[in-house]
Design a protein. Structure first.
Length: 222
């Protein structure tokens, strides 16, 4: 898992711990679980998981945990279910401290992406070159559904020469200078498991590329 992307995600989520949340997690989840009918089942499940995690998992008493208005916690903004699945006690002190322990924070975010199928060394996203006669495509989601060769046959290509059998899809976004079309791969889809917005995924990826450029790491897109 690239350290640059983990670094970018933590920066996007909480500005490296500066804005981890100002709500009591127990209060937030209780309110949403019982007074927000549209997603009551989800938040009741998260509240239950919070209680199951209590007792050695967190660095402070349950009633003192602070997070977002929706109950997301720590520098990486993990919901209780994400802590249960992907939280790591990397410093070996017996708790998963996503507020104060950099080893736990970094290890947990990295483990989240690995758990969703991050492919080491695989591409993430490239700006597409679109021919004037390109076939109109409107994918339903960010999951790769076409091969690069198929996209090329339909008028969507990228500069680097990659395996034409690689699964990919296209994403249309509104950029600073107008509409943009991107060809994205499985790793872009994995980033979107953290936040379903394609704008979020691209922003996190581009920030990771800037960080990588600053430290001399090889690009996986753009």
């Amino acid at each position: 898992m690239p350290a640059t992307l983990v670094t970018a995600i933590i920066g996007v989520e909480t500005a490296y711990g500066k804005t981890p949340g100002r709500y009591h997690v127990l209060d937030a989840l209780t309110t949403l679980a019982f007074y927000y009918p549209p997603r009551a089942d989800f938040f009741r499940s998260e509240l239950r998981q919070l209680f199951l995690l209590h007792g050695g998992t967190f660095p402070t008493p349950l009633e003192d945990l602070m997070g977002s208005y929706a109950g997301a916690m720590g520098w990486g903004q993990f919901m209780p279910s994400s802590i249960a699945r992907y939280g790591r006690d990397e410093d070996g002190d017996g708790v998963i401290d996503l507020w104060n322990s950099l080893p736990d924070i970094v290890g947990s975010v990295a483990n989240y992406f690995v758990g969703y199928g991050w492919q080491k060394g695989a591409p993430v996203a490239y700006r597409a070159r679109v021919s004037a006669s390109a076939r109109s495509l409107a994918p339903e989601n960010l999951k790769p559904a076409y091969s690069l060769q198929q996209l090329a046959d339909w008028g969507y290509t990228i500069a680097p020469k990659l395996d034409p059998t690689l699964a990919a899809t296209i994403v249309r976004l509104e950029g600073e200078d107008g509409p943009e079309v991107w060809i994205t791969f499985n790793n872009f889809f994995v980033i979107s498991r953290y936040n379903r917005s394609p704008l979020y995924s691209l922003a996190a990826f581009q920030l990771s590329e800037e960080i990588g450029s600053a430290v001399g790491e090889k690009s996986s897109g753009q």
